[in-house]
Design a protein around this ligand. Sequence first.
Ligand code: SAM
Length: 431
Amino acid sequence: MTPWKQKSRILVTCPKGVSEYLKNEIESLGFPILREIDTAVQTEGTLEDTMLFNLHLRTAQRVLYQLQTFKVISPGELYKKINSIPWEELIHDSGKSAYICVTSIADNPQINDSRFVNQKVKDAIVDRIRDKRSQRPDSGADKDKAVVHVYWKNDQVIVYLDTSGERLSMRGYRKIPLLAPMQEALAAAVIMATGWHGNAAFVNPMCGSGTLAIEAALIALNRAPGFLRNNFGFMHIKDYPEEQWRDLRKKARDYSKNTLPAKIIATDIDSFAVDAAMRNAKTAGVDHLIEFQTCSFENTPIPKSKGIIILNPPYGERLEAKEINHRRDAEKKETRAGKTVILRKASARDDQQSKPGAPRGLENIYQGVGDFFKSVGRAGNWRGYIFTGNLEMIKNVGLRTKRRLLFYNGDIECRLLEYELYADSKKIRKE
Ligand SMILES: C[S@@+](CC[C@H](N)C(=O)[O-])C[C@H]1O[C@@H](n2cnc3c(N)ncnc32)[C@H](O)[C@@H]1O
């Protein structure tokens, strides 16, 4: 039977701490949850079903279709077991898709470099295909064709087809990343955590490259995030049912709305950031649905209706440097060889604001956000959210939090703080 129709386990990975939201998404697509860990959810389905996951899941990173699981005790045995899988039925040996990338996670005392595992697995696959077909696919680190992922822990090996290829977070709209942008999958999970679905206003001061506002627009429109991408790992597996993929996309398009019931507003003090956010929104096809403005957060226009205000303020230089290093490492692994990753400081002004003792230090910014929330509270019933990796700064907001949710932005432990903004929001700041 072709694997396209064969039911197997499917492991869907996600940013750390986001699995609760991913689990809800998988369930609402009608699939069972077999297991949930901090960075992944296990379900089951056919290889065809992975197309649906890649198209619709907002909080996922990779959709891994389980091919085989077995026990081995040495790299030689690993080669033999991998070599016995009928790869010639899965991987192309000629044409544009005749290319394979192997990734792995090895937690085994015999292995101190996962590149060794990648090489062994790649040799086993390529040798098998050459023996059966007398041609062989090319191989390398690019994830834009077929990708095989191997998980090896002690004597247990699981072999997957990585049906996503590049991370699903790389939706394709963020052409201009700035300092400390949120990953798209994380931004989607944060919005889900607020309970916002699009029927009330969404106000996002300090929007940076616009990730939160763009993800909010996609959620409110019911627009499938995979719609923006035209390449996935599954497209390079033999007998890829292209017609069926087109049908899935068409159904998703028919389901998606063209207008928003409520406003989405995104502002930032840095005009370069606003420009980048607008251009990213244009690539995502939602620029006409978001109101952009260059202004300090306190001057963000608040509609008369009700809704949520969500800010992701600067974390400060030390944490931002940590975030940049983490992302550089990740993107070095993720991006195609030779591609340059643009990492630009949002602006000299932003840099200055992060410095202690600078005209507007971090304490002042967080305190200002609290004051801003109080002033909004006087205008009606709003909920305010701060997403931050600087846990020290939270006390400066000076308002009682209703909820504190744990997230991670890369390596940085973060909180999403919820504030109920009534005219009488409890003031706890010690004067
Ligand atoms: C951590 S970044 C936001 C990143 C954003 N979530 C993204 O995904 O790109 C913080 C942003 O706050 C902005 N900012 C700093 N001080 C500000 C102020 N006083 N008023 C408005 N924006 C400010 C910076 O320009 C920067 O774009």
